[in-house]
Design a protein around this ligand. Structure first.
Ligand SMILES: [Zn+2]
Ligand SMILES: [Zn+2]
Ligand SMILES: [Zn+2]
Ligand SMILES: [Zn+2]
Ligand SMILES: [Zn+2]
Length: 192
């Protein structure tokens, strides 16, 4: 059994002929075993050794045939589902067969790939790459060239406090400044 990828609107009103006896959910990729009488989701029946309804034996996955009942397939395709990202705020509902296209083309609730790090950005599949290129939570390398990598939002802090390259440069500048002061001092002692 697989986790239900669809959340149905009006789940209670779905007619029982559309439900798989194994998972109790509307068929996904419906197939019939060798008994040719009963229908199950492919993933529900593919590992079984007999039909769950009539016990007719199943000798292998090659015995399973896709259900060809057009009425059944149409009714399944027309079941109304919520968008998978409903909990993130997407209010889309539509026929089950359109869900993939909605998510690919119009859903604006895809998560940034750095969600686990705390990025809250949601966008369409098309817009997301633009955000991810300079997402504050993405990896960034120190622009000074010290090879240090951290989340982009911490780079300023690194440059301010920890960058070995910048520290080295400051030490060199201090050194030059001290040498300059010494020279000026020597010069002043000589002329005064
Ligand atoms: Zn099933
Ligand atoms: Zn059967
Ligand atoms: Zn959506
Ligand atoms: Zn992000
Ligand atoms: Zn650095």
């Amino acid at each position: 059994m697989t986790e239900a990828p669809f959340v149905y609107v009006d789940e209670d009103k779905i007619i029982s002929h559309l439900l798989c006896a194994v998972c109790q959910q509307p068929f996904i990729n419906p197939h019939k075993p060798a008994c040719k009488k009963h229908t199950f989701c492919f993933s529900c029946v593919k590992t079984l050794s007999s039909c769950p309804t009539c016990r007719h034996s199943i000798h292998g996955v090659e015995e399973l045939k896709p259900a060809e009942d057009q009425m059944l397939l149409t009714l399944l395709n027309e079941l109304v589902v919520y968008c998978s990202f409903r909990k993130r705020g997407c209010s889309w509902t539509g026929p089950r067969e359109n869900l993939e296209a909605h998510k690919e083309r119009s859903c604006e609730f895809h998560h940034c790939c750095w969600t686990a790090r705390g990025c809250q950005t949601k966008a369409s599949k098309k817009e997301l790459p633009k955000h991810q290129v300079d997402c504050e939570y993405g990896d960034a390398q120190c622009p000074e060239g010290c090879k240090f990598v951290c989340e982009r939002r911490f780079i300023a802090n690194h440059l301010d406090q920890n960058c070995a390259f910048i520290k080295q440069r400051r030490r060199e500048e201090e050194l030059r400044e001290n040498q300059r002061k010494q020279k000026v001092g020597t010069f002043e002692r000589r002329v005064l």
